[in-house]
Write a protein that binds this ligand. Sequence first.
Ligand code: URA
Length: 230
Amino acid sequence: MRLDKYICKCTSYSRKESCSLIKEKRVSVDGIVVSDAGFHVNDGQEVKIDDTVLHYEEYIYIMLNKPAGYITATHDSNSKTVMDLIDEKRADLSIVGRLDKDTEGLLLITNNGKLNHNMLSPTKHVDKTYYVICDNDLSDDDINRLCHGIDIGDDTPTLEAKCRRYDQGILLTIHEGRYHQIKRMMEAVNNHVTYLKRLTFGPLCLDEDLASGSSRRLTDEEIELIKKYM
Ligand code: URA
């Protein structure tokens, strides 16, 4: 891999910034300063910026327990983003799907573009379970309607869903990911969401020990579970 690209993959430096570091002779490969951004880095070589050794990992997978108040974006000039919550500063990370600013819970962040694309693909029907609290109690009829597909103002009604009462609200599992889907489903039964938290995303479950605002790498077992989307 080219040296400038290698630096981008290991750090938050852009390609342009990486080239500048190389020109400034701050980058070495196996102890020798390299000033050519196109230098080919081979497996096992040690790349340093000044005295810091870089560690290359091709793909990384991060689970974040998103708190309310953060937007799902990589950059924003006005609001705090979910990226502000993770330690990993690689420039190639992206967020798999989105949760509204006031929604909490499981968010997956990765640099694996194929996984990102597949987990969001409408054809894959990846399940997502939300814990939902509304202004008013839902009737049995409301729950029935939510389960059987409901008109939320799109061309087609929502797909069948699973819904059951839980604690102060409901657990609702949907097999698609339309814009503001849960909030619009509740509006369709004349209700209003007051609290929303995503608990599962495909085969991944939010780690109960992960405090709100904290993140961690997926375990090997979790990575195994999402391999079918890679
Ligand atoms: N549905 C919503 O309405 N909001 C979310 O953040 C996620 C699903």
